[in-house]
Design a binder for this molecule. Structure first.
Ligand SMILES: [Zn+2]
Length: 375
């Protein structure tokens, strides 16, 4: 491959082209960085298309670029100390700027990939047919539990995960009343919205970006459609008593690769919180963790509860949900012809809000390829 290394101090680096790049990270330069681990079947052409790269912009292997950068800097330093200092001084803010844009662009890319198919590393296929067909379990997997929203404000666990009446209860039962709001626990994409008269009743399966799948059963009314993207805290349905259920409640399941794990390992319904910022799933220990989780965070007493314990303080719960949504920031890559006004409209914001968020003035001209924070 050939590398053309052009204007060092400018923002635009012209690079060579590498054709065989499967499994390799690559970077494309033109006002912003994008990293992408290429997968089988992807071609340079398909990537160019995916990343809106114009044909005259080039791709190259990241490690080679780093080497080139290092070599050039070393050369300059060797040749002329004074010039080198100048160059480095001029380069520093550009580097910082690039890093900032880089992070935003990377987040944006991840966001877009997840929107299409969440947790692709764990799940090979996307279907609307099997609620929980077990697939290859990883030996260990770190589940990010931040940016969660409790699916219900109910603090009342009426039935634990585990052996029950001679069979396995694959979820946790939470007291809710018919019509109570049920929310998505994390961001992701709705995989199934189905009805099963002899079992789950109306139920929803959501695949989350953190690798978990959650199931919400016995609903009176689902409020989302299959293949719809949801964010943590979005209302997905109303609590109910449909299917095989005695008394209205939410049957809530958490699964990894189709295998049910005790939701009490992850969620503390009594305290309306997650147990930690993350959970390290290990295929050889998760079963043992279940009993301990039931003891610590499971059913209490003989089923007595107050209405307030079930419905929570509605306002507080809503605020928490809003906070969770706010914690997930959205980014927008400016396309040709777009203006601050058109972008603001798209995200339901004012121009002032976008300017404040991005620390730019209203009169600033935005350029295609620029990344803007939009929530
Ligand atoms: Zn249940």
């Amino acid at each position: 491959m050939s590398i053309i290394f052009a204007n060092f101090a400018s923002n635009v680096l012209e690079c060579g082209l590498k054709n065989n790049f499967t499994g390799q990270p690559f970077v494309y330069f033109c006002k912003s960085f994008l990293y992408h681990y290429s997968r089988a079947q992807e071609t340079l052409k398909s990537l160019l298309y995916d990343f809106y790269v114009k044909p005259n912009e080039k791709l190259m292997h990241f490690s080679i670029l780093k080497r080139v950068l290092f070599t050039v800097v070393t050369l300059i330093i060797a040749v002329s100390p004074a010039l080198a200092q100048d160059m480095i001084a001029r380069q520093a803010p550009v580097d910082r700027k690039m890093k900032a844009v880089d992070t935003l662009a990377l987040k944006d890319l991840i966001h877009r990939e997840q929107a299409a198919s969440p947790a692709q590393d764990l799940y090979e296929d996307w279907n609307n047919v099997y609620a929980h067909k077990a697939t290859q379990l990883p030996d260990s997997f770190l589940v990010d539990l931040r940016h969660y929203c409790m699916p219900t404000p109910s603090r009342v666990v009426t039935s634990n995960f585990g052996a029950r009446w001679g069979r396995q209860h694959k979820g946790i039962d939470l007291k809710v009343y018919i019509g109570d709001t049920i929310r998505s626990a994390f961001s992701g994409k709705v995989r199934m919205v189905k009805y099963e008269a002899a079992g789950y009743g109306h139920y929803i399966v959501i695949r989350h970006n953190n690798g978990l799948e959650t199931i919400y059963a016995h609903l009176s009314k689902p409020l989302v459609d299959e293949n719809e993207t949801v964010r943590a805290g979005d209302v997905i349905g109303l609590g109910g008593n449909t299917g095989r259920s005695t008394g209205s409640h939410l049957h809530f399941e958490t699964r990894i690769c189709g295998v049910a794990i005790n939701p009490a390992i992850l969620f503390d319904f009594r305290n309306q919180d997650v147990v930690a910022d993350s959970y390290m799933f290990r295929s050889n220990t998760y079963k043992d963790e279940s009993a301990e989780a039931n003891r610590l965070r499971g059913k209490v007493g003989n089923g007595g509860y107050t209405r307030e314990q079930v419905t929570g303080e509605a306002e507080l719960a809503a605020t928490e949900a809003v906070k969770t949504i706010a914690a997930e920031t959205r980014y927008h890559k400016v396309r040709k012809g777009e203006t601050l006004a058109s972008i603001a409209k798209k995200y339901g914001m004012s121009v002032q809000e976008i300017c404040r968020m991005n620390r730019i003035s209203k009169s600033k001209r935005i350029k295609a390829g620029q990344i803007l924070r939009c929530s």
